[in-house]
Design a protein around this ligand. Structure first.
Ligand code: SF4
Ligand code: SF4
Length: 221
């Protein structure tokens, strides 16, 4: 899922300082699952905004809503009714949602309420770890399903670097060396020879190196 975390409240308050009616808009997608932008976080942020503005002597009306998703135009339709009621939106969706609102409602002043961080997995209560960088040309069929681009501190395609000790990364001592894991796993499967083939330098264009990435599925269009 996409992992995000709420932006510092002072930054959010600064963005909405000129306004007296705002919409705090959550999303029930990834940001709700990682506890950054669902119903609960909308309520917490809305209350924090109200309290801060009361303290400043500049009360503000805050409308709270959470949409099923903000990355899909059909779920944004209620904005047609909501936008005339507010001067600005604080979106707790990932950057995709904020961008789509800005695209579809050019006159809306929409501000991000979260920092969009990475694609990760929930590995423990309250802990998410990056697993994929969305490079657009997946290579983990060769690396036992473990991604060296996201999980190796040097993003090595032909690891390990030689610095790992006791299975830990030499750069990030708090994480395992993913290349150590890859080798151990392939060894267990009797597939170590897969690593004899040198992986050539990666073509980063599918990762967005030459700009916006677009995917079209003619069968769905
Ligand atoms: S190789 Fe690319 S697409 Fe595959 S998991 Fe790693 S970053 Fe993601
Ligand atoms: S120790 Fe392992 S994970 Fe860390 S930089 Fe070297 S190869 Fe990558």
């Amino acid at each position: 899922m996409i992992i995000a975390e709420r932006r510092p409240i002072p930054e959010i308050l600064e963005n909405i300082a000129p306004y007296s009616r705002v919409l705090v808009l959550g999303c029930r997608g990834c940001v709700a699952v990682c506890s950054a932008g669902g119903d609960r976080e909308v309520a917490i942020l809305a209350e924090a905004i109200r309290l801060a503005r009361e303290r400043e002597g500049k009360p503000i009306e805050v409308i709270e809503r959470t949409f099923m998703r903000q990355c899909d135009p059909e779920y944004l339709e209620p904005l047609n009714e909501l936008l005339p009621q507010v001067e600005a939106i604080v979106s707790l969706a990932c950057g995709v949602g904020v961008n789509l609102i800005a695209d579809l409602y050019p006159s809306a002043r929409v501000y991000p309420g979260v920092d969009t961080s990475f694609y990760g997995a929930n590995v423990a209560l309250g802990k998410w770890v990056e697993k994929c960088r969305g490079c657009g040309d997946c290579i983990i069929d060769k690396t036992a399903g473990l991604c060296p681009i996201a999980r190796c501190a040097k993003n090595l395609l032909n690891g390990p670097c030689g610095g790992s000790q006791g299975g830990r990364c030499e750069v990030r001592k708090d994480m395992p060396c993913v290349w150590h894991m890859i080798i151990e796993r392939l060894k267990e499967r009797g597939e170590l020879e897969r690593l004899l083939e040198i992986t050539p330098p990666k073509d980063w264009r599918p990762a967005g190196g030459d700009g916006l990435r677009i995917r079209v599925r003619p069968d769905l269009a």
